[in-house]
Design a protein around this ligand. Structure first.
Ligand SMILES: Cc1cc2nc3c(=O)[nH]c(=O)nc-3n(C[C@H](O)[C@H](O)[C@H](O)COP(=O)(O)OP(=O)(O)OC[C@H]3O[C@@H](n4cnc5c(N)ncnc54)[C@H](O)[C@@H]3O)c2cc1C
Length: 205
């Protein structure tokens, strides 16, 4: 496709994303028992390096690496069988997008200073509030792996990760943000307003 125009108009190459999924790129580092290729880190790195060498769309390669290394690795390593079964198949076949949501308007490199909260409720569910910013795939994500504190008084020890479907009431995906470079990767904010998630939305302990 016309890459100069796509870059100018911040267009994401959905067809190419699906093609990469068909070729198994998204499955590279995923263990075979979870539907992946079971490739090691060096193989994955060399494959992505080759793709980056031949593909002019650096926003596409960045997006691939982002989803593979952040959300998919976390799902493979820390999710329950139910969580993996729910999310991995659609992510691996390129039909769903996942955003990792750590950064906030007031919390970047110092990630432990985040202010998003996940208030534990009596029935075991959590009420999530917060604003996450600069998220790769944020505006188009189906799944958001977000970090919030269940115990703000405990500092970094109170932070947990949650798998939040973005179609839940109270989840607001923002507009695609303009940026310099990698303009073909959709990138933006997600806000959480009293989003109630069940106990099994929590990832890991
Ligand atoms: C293309 C792109 C994609 C992104 N995708 C995601 C995503 O998917 N999910 C997500 O959660 N976030 C994402 N981010 C956000 C990214 O994680 C943050 O930009 C990053 O954590 C830095 O935070 P900040 O921008 O607030 O900068 P700051 O933390 O405010 O840093 C500003 C400057 O200060 C320097 N600095 C900071 N602390 C120190 C220190 N202690 N000592 C010396 N220098 C310091 C930094 O090096 C930097 O130059 C993305 C950002 C970009 C650019």
């Amino acid at each position: 496709h016309d890459l100069v125009r796509a870059d100018h108009e911040s267009q994401f190459a959905l067809d190419d994303w699906r093609r990469c999924a068909e070729r198994g790129i998204l499955r590279l580092m995923v263990p075979v028992e979870f539907g992946g290729q079971g490739a090691d880190l060096a193989t994955t790195m060399l494959t992505l390096e080759g793709l980056g060498h031949g593909c002019g769309d650096n926003g596409l390669t960045f997006a691939l690496a982002s989803q593979m290394m952040s959300t998919q690795v976390a799902l493979c390593r820390f999710a329950t069988d139910e969580q993996r079964t729910r999310w991995l198949p659609d992510l691996l076949d390129g039909t769903a997008f996942a955003a990792l949501a750590m950064t906030e308007p007031g919390s970047g490199s110092d990630a432990f200073s985040l202010s998003a909260t996940a208030e534990p409720l009596d029935d075991g569910s959590y009420r999530i509030n917060g604003h996450k910013a600069y998220l790769t795939f944020g505006p188009v994500s189906d799944l958001c792996l977000m970090f919030a504190s269940t115990r703000p008084d405990a500092g970094s020890w109170g932070i947990s990760a949650f798998l939040v479907p973005t179609d839940l009431p109270g989840v607001e995906r923002g507009e695609v943000r303009e940026k310099m470079g990698m303009r073909t990767t959709p990138f933006g904010d997600i806000e959480f307003h009293d989003v109630v998630v069940p106990p099994d939305a929590r990832l890991g302990r």
